[in-house]
Design a binder for this molecule. Sequence first.
Ligand code: ZN
Length: 189
Amino acid sequence: MPNNNHGDQSGDNSLNVGVGDFRGANVNISHNERSTFTPEQLHIKRHSAFGGRSVDSSNVSVFGGITGVASLIGLYFTLFQPPLGGQSSWSTFFMFSFIVAVMAVAMSAVLRRRKFEHFFGSRHYIEISQAGRLRVNRLTAQCPWCGSLMHLRRVGPKEGARDDQFICVRNPAQHTIQLDPTVLPDIED
Ligand SMILES: [Zn+2]
């Protein structure tokens, strides 16, 4: 079959879908053209949670490893020892601590790569400093359109892609900026 390019593929600033194929066609999605700002223009500020306390990320992996091994040993004895009563609650406890351990190890591995991850609630983010320490921060900015305060929030559908966006307190519907966490300055200890 010859590669004929069917359909009308002219147009501008809108999504153009040809009938045949996309060869030689431009696909433009107009709302992708967002204005970008530098962190200096946005006056991004970090606000540390937990009084600025930090944890060494290698401690988190070590903690995860120890907890994981301990919970596996515990689970083994709970499952294979003669029943003494209360057995099922112990195995639930060990399973739970094993899951916590796996999460701690996975989380510190992800963080060392990404340096920035949503933590809990809609506003708290966990970040890793230059020295590899974990900190929990909230981030705010100044709205470049109206000068109001903006909060960084994790927004999006419960299931599906979610975004970290600075949202203006005065015009939350229109004044939003998607954050690229790689532009944030490093945290110095
Ligand atoms: Zn605004």
